[in-house]
Design a protein around this ligand. Structure first.
Ligand code: PMV
Length: 326
């Protein structure tokens, strides 16, 4: 399967998987129309859907009430459908800024799409964004588009192949492919959970202050240059730009003492490190210096984080050809 294939029709049982993600440039600013660079990472979520006497998620028959992502996905693609039992397993830590909700929504969307006659990738990206935004109330389509497309994707910028446009009312985000430089990254979860929606609202308030437009202009410049430098495979320039992006995230108030401690620990072993995603907790991402990846992972573990070496996952959301038995 390649990222340009659609999701074909399948009858139940059906299984699908989708990757998590890491934001490299432009988080928060993307919500206000600026460019963003996101990479789908090789940690994923897999779902299996089976016909069942009663609707459930991981054996919980009340999940459609208690889990807003599950509810929104069913409302979007399964209204009036027969009861199904959904199983979901993941390697992505939750509430860590690594796209666990997007991966769940995109894997579930791919499986539901297959079971309802198939869906093309642009349609799955739009639908998955609507589900995530419906559940979260705020946000951009960066996470869901990366999870549907796989690899590196740019929102609102970049010279690469256009993949699709995602809309919400009057708002539009263009999504483009960015060349994969084949780097490995280290993400590290601080263990401090946070709410994307709360952080997005707090940053919007911060950006409403008089220096907001100048800050957004700098976010935009850094993300544009970052998309270009990653696409060219320029590690040194990418490192400088990651550091500038981190400064901006500090300025808009989404750092946290635990994140600062991890950034300081990563510093000698990385080209650069920054918060990834909403911040205020969650994770950092570091571009390791050549040959120092193992040491960086050990150092971040000693500093109290959950470090995960990751690479780009080239395959976006897709079906698992043989649904697991049972
Ligand atoms: O949920 P997170 O931590 O991956 O944050 C996503 C990036 C934001 O720009 C903060 C929000 C969004 O929807 O774009």
């Amino acid at each position: 399967m390649t990222s340009s294939d659609g999701i074909p029709a399948r009858s139940l049982p059906v299984s699908a998987r989708a990757p998590g993600k890491c934001v490299l440039f432009g988080e928060h600013a993307v919500v206000h129309g600026c460019p963003e660079l996101v990479v789908a990472i090789d940690l994923s979520t897999q779902v299996v859907l089976r016909a069942a006497p009663q609707l459930s998620l991981n054996a919980d028959p009340n999940a459609a009430e208690s889990n807003p992502y599950f509810r929104a996905a069913l409302d979007g693609s399964w209204r009036g459908g027969p009861p199904i039992a959904v199983r979901s397993v993941t390697r992505i830590p939750r509430s860590a800024g690594l796209g666990s909700s997007a991966a769940f929504v995109c894997a579930l969307g791919a499986a539901l799409g297959a079971a309802t006659g198939g869906v093309d990738r642009a349609g799955l990206a739009q639908r998955s964004f609507e589900v995530e935004r419906g559940a979260q109330g705020v946000g951009s389509p960066g996470d869901t588009s990366a999870s549907v497309a796989g690899g590196y994707v740019a929102l609102n910028g970049g010279p690469g192949e256009p993949l699709w446009t995602v809309t919400a009312g009057e708002r539009r985000w263009s999504v483009r492919r960015v060349e994969d430089p084949r780097w490995s990254w280290v993400v590290a979860y601080s263990g401090v959970p946070r709410s994307t929606a709360d952080a997005v609202r707090a940053v919007a308030e911060r950006l409403a202050r008089p220096d907001g437009p100048a800050l957004l202009a700098e976010f935009e410049e850094v993300a544009r240059a970052g998309i270009a430098s990653v696409g060219r495979g320029d590690r040194r320039e990418t490192g400088e730009l990651l550091r500038r992006n981190q400064e901006l995230l500090r300025t808009v108030g989404v750092s946290h003492p635990r994140l600062e401690a991890l950034l300081a620990a990563a510093e000698p072993l990385a080209e650069a490190a920054k918060i990834t995603g909403a911040g205020a907790g969650g994770s950092i991402v570091a571009l390791p210096r050549a040959g120092r990846e193992g040491e960086l992972v050990r150092t971040l573990a000693r500093a109290g984080a959950l470090p995960l070496p990751v690479r780009a996952e080239p395959l976006g959301a897709g079906l698992v050809e043989e649904p697991p038995a049972g």
